[in-house]
Design a protein. Structure first.
Length: 520
């Protein structure tokens, strides 16, 4: 009975509808053949329309769920040179390689904050998958001149010697350069820790480092609550050179998502020396012609197209900023080597760390004479600029005089006073690691030393004087510190109030010192 109830007209109408809605979709893809593979490089024949930097998909190894991806770097007449983003073990001659028509992308957005990811944006912290709805290309043309605004807002590092002498502005590119083990990474870590309770999102890109060193850095961030606003991108020494190559671009792309929303971002690249070495390795394996120090001819463009993406956007574009702090490692203090000179010419200034200052106990070991910030002084807190105007020059002159004074020559009274002031200034600029300082407190102690309030204090007591002065100001003069923060600059009344407060403290400090002397 059920069969008899089906009418032929209904069947024919359904068939007609299906035929009308049918659209044959052919899966068209350009496929090439692997002709050579090894050392993380594959050469593929047949991808005639392949684009530079395009992602190429290789087949999965036996039992694998997904294939290895690669980036097309060499577009030659008869083949394409592709650098693999994973192991080349499962790829063999004769395998098929397929174009994807897109370039490398990474997940971005709020979901990635607080996570440790690799250069591909995949989580490596054991906290589960990243549920990101947005992906961005790792390569992007830097914003043009019309889209940019002047750097006019300070990015506080919390380090006295940087915020006073080589200040950094939001949207600036400030190079940190020095030999190994001179405290370059420590400056980055302190700067990121100091962004707590600010509106700055931090991205720490570790390139070619030991996994244990990166794990220690992440642990420090967690201990100081910095992972709440920080992303760590890790391409370790055990990862392929291709991942070390794309890691800084991935980190920058993650930051640009917040930049486009009008936010403020700090991206720290640790370090670009290893980045250049990874690129050199890939280029030599691709048989690109080597140039100076065996680096390829486009190694300057490698870093310029990355660092030019640091920007302070105009108000029409949202007013966001992306600040870049790249690190370059020198060999025996040679700043005239190829990569250091390249990056110095790209950035807006450099903070130079020296081994001899580090071993003398001057930490951070910054050489004030050759360190410079070409932009940040425009964004420096006016009160800091008022008290530290001559600080860098005075410190540089002190180091020169101290070198001559070692020969035991007869010194006049003015020179002795300058040496004494410089010695106390150098002592005050020392700062313990993981102890960033609020700007108002930095201004207070630099004001005290620059106005000669420490000239009669023994050098060995300078650190105690600083600690006790700041405790006194926090306890008894908190209103003054708050007023300085709000005004941002000294006027006559504020000068007088600070002068009176420091003199009041010095009286108690001298009395305490005399009392301890009597006890001894």
């Amino acid at each position: 009975m059920a069969l008899k109830s089906i009418r032929a007209e209904e069947v024919s109408s359904v068939i007609k509808q299906q035929i009308e809605e049918f659209r044959a979709k052919a899966d068209v893809a350009e496929v090439g053949e692997v002709i050579q593979v090894g050392d993380g490089i594959a050469r593929v024949y047949g991808l005639d329309n392949c684009m530079s930097m395009e992602l190429i998909e290789f087949p999965a190894a036996a039992g694998g769920s997904c294939g290895v991806m690669g980036i097309a770097l060499n577009l030659e007449e008869d083949n394409v040179g592709i650098v693999l983003l994973g192991e080349d073990v499962g790829i063999k001659e004769g395998d098929r390689a397929k174009r994807t028509g897109r370039i490398m992308q990474v997940p971005v957005g709020d979901a990635i904050i607080g996570r440790v990811v690799n250069a591909l944006g995949m989580p490596i912290d054991g906290k589960g998958e990243i549920q990101a709805d947005i992906h961005r290309n790792i390569e992007r043309v830097a914003p043009g001149i019309v889209e940019r605004a002047m750097v006019n807002e300070a990015l506080q590092t919390g380090l006295k010697c940087i915020d006073s002498m080589t200040p950094i502005g939001r949207g600036q590119r400030e190079l940190i350069i020095g030999d190994r083990q001179t405290g370059k990474t420590a400056i980055l870590i302190d700067t990121i820790i100091n962004q707590k309770d600010t509106d700055v999102i931090c991205i720490y890109v570790a390139i070619g480092q030991k996994l244990s060193a990166v794990a220690q850095t992440v642990s420090l961030f967690e201990d100081h609550g910095a992972m709440d606003y920080t992303i760590v991108v890790n391409a370790s020494a055990s990862d392929p050179a291709s991942q070390q190559y794309i890691a800084p671009y991935s980190g920058c792309a993650m930051g640009e998502e917040f930049l486009e929303r009008g936010g403020h971002v700090l991206v720290a690249y640790d370090d670009l020396s290893k980045h250049a070495v990874a690129y050199r390795q890939m280029s030599l394996l691709l048989r690109r012609p080597p140039g100076r120090e065996a680096f390829p001819g486009d190694v300057f463009y490698l870093h310029s197209r990355l660092l030019e993406r640091a920007v302070k956007l105009s108000d029409e574009r949202g007013g966001g900023s992306l600040t870049a702090l790249p690190i370059i490692e020198t060999n025996a203090g040679d700043m005239s080597a190829y990569i250091p000179t390249n990056v110095i010419s790209i950035t807006d200034g450099q903070i130079v760390l020296q081994s001899d200052l580090f071993y003398q106990g001057q930490r951070p070991a910054i050489n004030a004479g050759i360190s410079v910030s070409r932009v940040g002084s425009a964004a420096q807190m006016k009160a800091m600029a008022q008290v530290a105007a001559s600080l860098r020059l005075d410190l540089a002159q002190y180091r020169e005089m101290a070198a001559f004074a070692q020969f035991g020559t007869e010194l006049d009274e003015a020179t002795r006073k300058q040496l004494a002031r410089g010695e106390r200034t150098a002592e005050i600029l020392k700062q313990g690691q993981f102890k960033p300082m609020p700007t108002a407190e930095q201004v207070t102690i630099i004001y005290a030393v620059s106005k000669g309030h420490l000239d009669d204090i023994p050098v060995g007591d300078c650190a105690r004087f600083e600690n006790e002065l700041l405790d006194f100001m926090r306890t008894n003069k908190a209103g003054l510190l708050k007023e300085l923060d709000e005004k941002g600059r000294f006027d006559d009344d504020l000068y007088a109030a600070f002068e009176a407060a420091i003199k009041e403290f010095k009286d108690t400090f001298a009395a305490t010192e005399a009392e301890s002397g009597r006890r001894r």
